[in-house]
Design a protein around this ligand. Structure first.
Ligand SMILES: [Zn+2]
Length: 225
């Protein structure tokens, strides 16, 4: 449903959410948060940081183990997994992007960008765009077939999210084998149109349809962390 004619408008905003408009918006929100929200700052004395993180390099991410977890800025990814059912079409792909006892050394050497799940690649892109180097993703930072490690890490999960610089909550897709960036519907992009005002001079007006900000994945608000 377009409420205006495409012919007379000029697109001035990127079509994809994977671009500078999004990255700048997030960076602005974060700097406002840092400057004004005292409640969002890490609480001294209770901070517990992750023991493993993904360090972003130029062409890969490396799984790093921190002997003495220390305060640092990192981003968390909250995402939906492919159903853990071997008959699901995305199961095998998803499984290849888990840290297991058999591949942890390989993940410490580095996971190539093209081997990451699309949602993970997107999180790397956003983290880098915000000038950060560390990312925490559960399937890669917890050894998935090590019950002992899982118990320790899951017990600390609340702290991992609590102390993150930001959490990316992917609401728009079915699961992590899909990208979470998307194409903006045409009517939600900013458009410019020239109008003549009373004194005869011309000025530009920017307009768009009001986007629906309701979230599709209500499950995000039902999680424990
Ligand atoms: Zn805040």
């Amino acid at each position: 449903m377009h409420r205006f004619s495409k012919k007379v408008s000029r697109l001035i905003e990127e079509g994809s959410t994977r671009g500078a408009t999004t990255f700048n918006f997030v960076a602005d929100c974060l700097s406002r948060c840092k400057a004004k929200h005292t409640g969002c700052l890490p609480q001294s004395g209770i901070a517990k940081y992750p023991t493993r993180m993904l360090r972003i390099k130029e062409h890969c991410v490396q799984l790093v183990e921190l002997q003495t977890p220390s305060p640092m800025d990192y981003i968390c990814l909250a995402h939906r997994w492919v159903p853990q059912d071997p008959s699901h079409h995305g199961y095998e792909v998803s499984r290849r992007c888990c840290t297991l006892k058999s591949n942890i050394l390989r993940h410490k050497d580095g996971i190539q960008m093209e081997d990451l799940l699309p949602a993970y690649r997107d999180a790397v892109i956003l983290t880098s765009a915000l000038g950060l180097q560390y990312l925490w993703i559960d399937s890669l930072c917890i050894i998935q077939d090590d019950q002992y490690d899982k118990e320790i890490q899951i017990a600390n999960m609340g702290n991992v999210y609590l102390n993150s610089y930001m959490t990316i909550a992917t609401d728009t897709y079915r699961h992590h084998t899909e990208t979470f960036f998307s194409e903006r519907p045409w009517q939600w992009r900013a458009h410019k149109e020239s109008i003549h005002i009373a004194n005869g001079s011309e000025c530009g007006v920017y307009f768009r349809e009001r986007p629906d900000h309701s979230l599709g994945w209500t499950g995000i608000f039902e999680r424990g962390w």
